[in-house]
Design a binder for this molecule. Structure first.
Ligand code: HPA
Ligand code: ZN
Length: 350
């Protein structure tokens, strides 16, 4: 294990920004900034129910997950053509590269688009081309995870999987998102089993607002490799032990949790508790255009609010590489760059 050099509290924010990291929990539709929503609406001849960018942004006051989802799905309705999906993803990847994200696995919600008559290939080809170009132009590695909307039926998830099969090579895995309460993971047992047979990686949102039981069933019924959010695990000691023992990563999203009132005060966030219990937690932005910050803002704000240390920072970035679905050779290169960033920080290079 790398010995963390001594780093003062004043230098910690610049280290958090400069350190290489992976982002594993980002809904690409949640990176759609109000300015881009308006630009795409205009390009596509659509009228929005908001008079201006500022009016739209001022509607971003959420009380829980559902109050956010209603406005998030409305924002995504401006996406019609392959170029729209490309522009959205390319904008996010440029922003992530500036935050020293070396690798990211982008969630997308095809049912939000196919329900409006947009073809699956329009969605996937636009996103995939942005990932391809960003690698060439920015050196960032990016892959795609198709998410099923859990408020819809398992039959609809099966249809979605069927539509995506001709583009199987352009996705690395599947996930489960949208309204959690009342839609437990086991509702999707058969479609996840099928995805597993197809060799897709599996993740699911669980324990954001939902109980620890949903995390158990995501693990034991769906057989997921990572849990998205998972912060409710602290209420179940046996579950904490299981997550630590099996090195199941949690993709934690501090600003999302604050904005959706999971933890009304960032100072009350349990990220430190999860790490100190030996869980493989990571920090992510979830829906950065809606929750007030990209990944570095999530790092700097949660560290400032809860008093986490350089050791936690190293662990979080290391976990993000380790928990990714990238190959071992890439992981070793990224982890080496992470150590170098910590050493450079001590030498006061930034
Ligand atoms: N939870 C569930 N579904 C979502 C989220 C989230 O935080 N963001 C976008 N879809
Ligand atoms: Zn999410």
């Amino acid at each position: 294990m790398f010995k963390i050099p001594p780093i003062s509290a004043e230098r910690l924010p610049s280290l958090l920004r400069a350190m290489p990291k992976a982002e594993l929990h980002i809904h690409i539709e949640g990176s759609l900034e109000p300015e881009l929503i308006f630009a795409l609406a205009q390009r596509n001849g659509l009228t929005l129910p908001y008079a201006s960018v500022d009016a739209l942004r001022s509607a971003y006051a959420f009380t829980n997950l559902q109050s956010f989802l209603d406005i998030y799905y409305a924002g995504a309705s401006v996406l019609l053509h392959e170029q729209d999906f490309y522009d959205m993803a390319r904008a996010y990847l440029g922003r992530a590269a500036r935050d020293n994200v070396l690798h990211t696995e982008l969630f997308f919600d095809p049912q939000t688009h196919t329900a409006r008559g947009v073809a699956m290939e329009t969605v996937i080809n636009g996103l995939h081309r942005a990932c391809h170009d960003a690698r060439a132009e920015l050196g960032i590695s990016a892959t795609l995870i198709l998410c099923f909307l859990r408020h819809l039926s398992e039959e609809s998830a099966f249809e979605t999987l069927e539509q995506a099969m001709p583009l199987r090579d352009k996705i690395v895995g599947v996930g489960l998102d949208s309204s959690e309460l009342g839609h437990p993971p086991e509702k999707f047992a058969r479609v996840f089993a099928r995805c597993r047979e197809l060799g897709l990686h599996l993740v699911a949102h669980a324990g954001e607002e939902g109980p620890p039981a949903y995390i158990w069933s995501a693990l034991d019924v769906l057989k997921v490799e990572r849990i998205d959010h998972g912060v409710q695990a602290v209420h179940d000691a046996a579950l904490m032990q299981r997550l630590a023992q099996d090195r199941i990563a949690l993709t934690v999203c501090p600003l999302s949790n604050q904005k959706l009132c999971v933890f009304p005060n960032l100072a009350d966030h349990n990220l430190g508790k999860l790490l100190d219990a030996g869980l493989a937690a990571t920090v992510n932005s979830d829906d950065p255009a809606y929750f007030g910050g990209y990944i570095n803002e999530n790092f700097t704000q949660v560290f400032a609010a809860t008093g986490l240390t350089a050791k936690h920072a190293y662990q979080l970035a290391f976990n993000s590489f380790e928990a990714s679905f990238a190959g071992n050779a890439d992981k070793r290169v990224w982890e080496h760059k992470l150590k170098e960033a910590f050493e450079r920080c001590v030498e006061h290079d930034y």
